[in-house]
Design a protein around this ligand. Structure first.
Ligand SMILES: *Cc1c(COP(=O)(O)O)cnc(C)c1O
Length: 376
């Protein structure tokens, strides 16, 4: 079935429907066993043509602002949650029309919007900061000193809790259940006295639940304990876990140049099409390749933009790369389409689905008008 990937016009993101369904099945089974609800965090993956499928397994969507909320509401329906670090006045009425759960990042935001949110019947929450870091990526650590995300125990205002039905925290990134359990313990220590006043607790995203080594039974046990102790509804809102290893970016070799090393220029760009490669940074997995030096033919793979640092990484291959060869980058569903850009006037990759029956369907192609429409 994988050979089908080579039939697409490159560059192209291809979502593997079978793998997506495998992830979704794990998530819905986990939710069932834990008695919790799981939402799609659209920030990681917003391929709305698949929302009807995703909605069969999950309880709804969560959004970082009005546009994502609207996409989730219109394309999936079901529950629509939102958290924004600061809401825009001009968006708030539209948010109230479509969101059933609204989390606020400060008591000032809550006070500002409280009357309208309660009148609209939304279930409102406060994001808390458990101040318990469990990871090294400072850029993805909302518990780092000076963080703007979530109310610290020191800034917490029990006197303003009337009307608040939920507490929300999100502190993890690509982590296992041990990190959640530690964080929940820290949150409980600091804010536990308020838990039983709540209808729901949202434990955020960053749970790599669908990864092979993820300890799902520990997660389930901890959530069951939390629910029993405080009689609350529990939400998880993973993004990555939903489409983890469920997509590829298929690219072609445009040229090979030599400058001390062999460099293959591709029609896929790190800067434009896989920005997390530079931002995180990381080396994306590439089918039929190995670490530099492990196989006889070594190349630096790079984009065709003018950015000197548009480098995907160094890889080695069994055979020399030829112009026109196709390469399949893996784990390219998440944080790619939602973050890509047309820097240098580079065209966006098409978007396709490799269906479970082996057929490939191109669902979207981009062109000059997409580049032009964002400029004036
Ligand atoms: C980013 C984010 C998520 C999803 O995180 P993943 O790492 O993709 O699972 C969930 N909730 C909030 C508030 C987020 O900011």
């Amino acid at each position: 079935m994988r050979e089908k990937l080579f039939s697409v016009e490159t560059p192209c993101y291809v979502i593997d429907e079978q793998r997506l369904i495998e992830n979704l099945s794990i998530l819905s089974e986990t939710a069932k066993q834990a008695g919790c609800k799981i939402l799609l965090a659209q920030k990681a993956f917003s391929m709305f043509s698949l929302y009807p499928l995703i909605g069969k397994y999950l309880d709804g969507t969560t959004a970082s602002g009005l546009f994502e909320a609207r996409l989730g509401h219109e394309e999936m329906g079901k529950e629509t949650h939102i958290f924004s670090a600061a809401y825009l006045e001009k968006d708030f009425d539209a948010i109230l029309k479509i969101c059933d759960h609204i989390s606020f990042n400060s008591f000032a935001q809550w006070e500002k919007y409280k009357a309208r949110a309660m009148a609209a019947g939304a279930s409102c929450g406060i994001r808390i900061n458990p101040e318990h870091s469990t990871q090294e990526h400072a850029i993805y650590d909302p518990c780092a000193p000076g963080s703007r995300l979530g109310v610290t125990a020191e800034a917490f205002r029990p006197d303003l809790l009337a009307g608040i039905e939920g507490l929300h925290f999100h502190t993890l990134c690509e982590q296992n259940s041990d990190a959640l359990i530690e964080t929940l313990d820290a949150a409980e220590e600091k804010f536990g006295i308020y838990f039983s006043q709540m209808k729901w607790l949202n434990l955020g995203g960053g749970h790599h639940i669908t990864r092979k080594d993820y300890d799902r039974s520990a997660l389930i046990k901890r959530i069951l304990k939390l629910k029993e102790k405080y009689q609350v509804e529990v939400y998880l809102e993973p993004g990555e876990a939903i489409a983890y290893y469920a997509g590829y970016l298929v690219a072609s070799v445009l040229d090979v140049v030599h400058n001390g090393i062999d460099i293959a220029l591709l029609d896929a760009s790190a800067a434009c099409h896989m920005p997390d490669v530079l931002e995180m940074p990381y080396r994306p997995p590439l089918t039929e390749s190995a670490m530099p030096g492990e196989k006889p033919y070594n190349y630096r793979l790079a984009g065709a933009t003018c950015l000197a640092g548009d480098i995907i990484g160094d890889y080695s291959f069994e055979c020399p790369l030829e112009i026109g060869d196709q390469l399949v980058f893996e784990d390219m569903a998440i944080y790619t389409m939602v973050k890509n850009n047309t820097f240098n006037g580079i065209c966006l990759p098409s978007i396709a689905v490799l269906h479970s029956d082996g057929t490939i369907e191109t669902v979207k192609k981009f062109g000059y008008k997409d580049f032009r429409s964002r400029l004036s």
